[in-house]
Design a protein. Structure first.
Length: 202
């Protein structure tokens, strides 16, 4: 039940999907996407729980960037960290005609998760996603599928606490959840937000 998160700090750690213009426009404290939706629902439905929501998404970040700034998250003493990262680790090298180092990505992800857990944070991995809307991103799908297969194996082997947001988004049509293959629409953000709220209230 969500009551167990009373007076707790929940951090959302990731890239532009978490950021959603928070750092670009510098006026949306919680961004314009799923984190803001979660904050709004919690404040309206559970006003007495005093849950502190923090958005630590930065556009363009990859796993190595999260490692470089993980101390800034740790200093906030999060009780829970929702982690959504990885698509840029695949996409950016692909655009530069470089083969992504999937083992390296998973190794860095493992470091992030374990570092946060060592600080007594509950870590929830949100699985990354890709829904091609053009030929360019269609070409990325084989690499992304390979990455996801290995990520799911990592999750199973290490019993990683996670929400399979990729699978949840798959249940809707591509152009309902994204217009550019990577970033969710408002509808897509709504699916992410509801998945997190369902986790918190289960």
């Amino acid at each position: 039940m969500i009551e167990k998160y009373k007076d707790k700090t929940i951090v959302f750690f990731g890239d532009s999907i978490t950021d959603t213009c928070r750092t670009v426009q510098n006026k949306y404290l919680f961004g314009g996407g799923f984190v803001n939706m979660i904050k709004t629902e919690i404040d309206i439905c559970y006003p007495n729980l005093n849950i502190n929501i923090v958005n630590e998404g930065i556009s363009g970040n990859k796993t190595e960037d999260l490692i470089n700034r993980i101390d800034s998250v740790i200093t906030k003493k999060p009780d829970v960290v929702f982690l959504l990262i990885g698509i840029n680790d695949i996409w950016h090298p692909y655009d530069a005609n470089i083969t992504p180092d999937i083992n390296g990505i998973l190794s860095r992800l493992d470091y992030i998760i374990n570092t946060l857990k060592e600080k007594q944070s509950e870590v929830v991995l949100l699985t990354p996603f890709l829904f091609p809307t053009d030929e360019h991103f269609e070409g990325l799908m084989p690499l992304f599928d390979k990455f996801m297969n290995q990520l799911y194996m990592y999750i199973d082997i290490h019993n990683v606490n996670h929400i399979d947001t990729y699978e949840l988004l798959k249940q809707s049509s591509t152009f309902d959840v994204t217009k550019d293959s990577i970033h969710p629409t408002i509808f897509g953000h709504g699916i992410l937000a509801q998945a997190v709220v369902n986790y918190l209230t289960k």
